[in-house]
Design a protein around this ligand. Structure first.
Ligand code: PBG
Length: 332
């Protein structure tokens, strides 16, 4: 007996008393079904482990196929592809982005043929193809030309759809691109190809390692005239309204962990499925702390993914997709 007996009919701890009761009362469940694996590709016969992103690889087409097959076996049903483009194929206007003999269309045709059930997502933006390292075309004063860029993005999306993309994902943040891509796809007969819009993509410091992996960092300036100010959340709702009107099938918040409030606001503001991108810097922060022995990697990663899901994300793009799928199965 306690020294000072409490008269306490309401005891929340009863719902935490055993693993079985905790499982019954759990509000958020993670599943491999919701995970999307980002994959880096290059024109090279060899796979290359990325020093700047330990645990990640830049894949050859053969390596990509094995990796995607492994992911699928572990329960990850979707991948998103990012190319590293040779400097000699880059230009100020990014023509290589819609070349149907490029790396991405080759990868799409191969994956579609060999793994028809895998969901293929492609990134639409010019930064890997643009000699200036920006998502859009620059004029001579260094300003991004919105409407001229959208023209090229539509061509890129059409090429990707023809090569087998299931979901087209514009990450460039130009105004009006979702509607233009939807019109373009429909006009070309690709009415079944979906658009996952990067609705609230922030000008984030957490993209650094990704730009290293693709050699796609801006040569000059930053991306603040198109990516959103990290201080803004209401503005995400404005982007949401436009993307919905323009025909997006799914919307995205990126990065994920530092923007859980934005995920929640979108959740409350839309019936569309929401994706969140746990980006390269978030991955590395967890990876480095785990490698240092300061965090338990499995527990910390699953907690981070649970938080993103609890905030309202239906899908998560994460470099931990394969690990997480395996860990979730282990815990069964
Ligand atoms: C570019 C793009 C970026 C990422 C995905 N698509 C980088 C950027 O906007 O500079 C970042 C992903 C990551 O950091 O993991 N369109």
């Amino acid at each position: 007996m306690s020294e000072f007996p409490l008269d306490l009919p309401l005891r929340p701890r009863r719902n935490r008393k055993s693993a079985g009761v905790r499982a019954l009362t759990r509000e958020t469940r993670l599943s491999p079904d919701q995970l999307i694996l980002p994959m880096f590709l290059h024109e090279d016969k060899n796979d290359q482990a990325l020093e700047s992103m330990p645990g990640c690889t830049r894949w050859s087409l053969d390596g990509m196929l094995r990796e995607a097959e492994g992911a699928l076996e572990e329960g990850v049903r979707a991948v998103v592809l990012f190319p590293k483009v040779e400097e000699s194929d880059k230009s100020r206007t990014g023509e290589a982005s819609f070349d149907d003999q490029g790396l991405i269309p080759k990868a799409l045709r191969r994956l579609k043929k060999e793994l028809p059930e895998l969901v293929l997502i492609t990134d639409v933006a010019l930064d890997p193809y643009n000699s200036d390292g920006h998502d859009g075309i620059l004029n001579d004063d260094g300003r991004i030309l919105n409407d001229e860029t959208v023209d090229v993005l539509v061509k890129q999306a059409l090429m990707q759809a023809a090569a087998g993309a299931d979901i087209i994902s514009p990450s460039d943040m130009m105004d009006g691109r979702v509607g233009a891509i939807r019109d373009g796809l429909d006009f070309a007969g690709h009415t079944d190809v979906s658009i996952l819009a990067y609705t609230a993509k922030y000008a984030s410091a957490f993209y650094g390692p990704f730009r290293g992996a693709l050699d796609s960092a801006p040569k000059n300036g930053d991306k603040k005239t198109y990516q959103m100010d990290p201080a803004n959340a209401r503005e995400a709702l404005r982007e949401l309204a436009l993307d919905e009107m323009e025909g997006a099938d799914m919307v995205m918040v990126k990065p994920a962990g530092p923007y859980l409030d934005v995920i929640l606001r979108l959740r409350e503001g839309t019936t569309l499925p929401i994706a969140a991108y746990q980006v390269s810097g978030e991955y590395l922060a967890l990876k480095a702390a785990s490698a240092g022995g300061w965090l338990n990697e499995k527990a910390a990663v699953l907690e981070s993914l649970t938080g993103i899901t609890r905030a309202g994300a239906d899908m998560i793009l994460t470099y931990f997709a394969r690990d997480a799928a395996r860990w979730l199965r282990e815990d069964r």
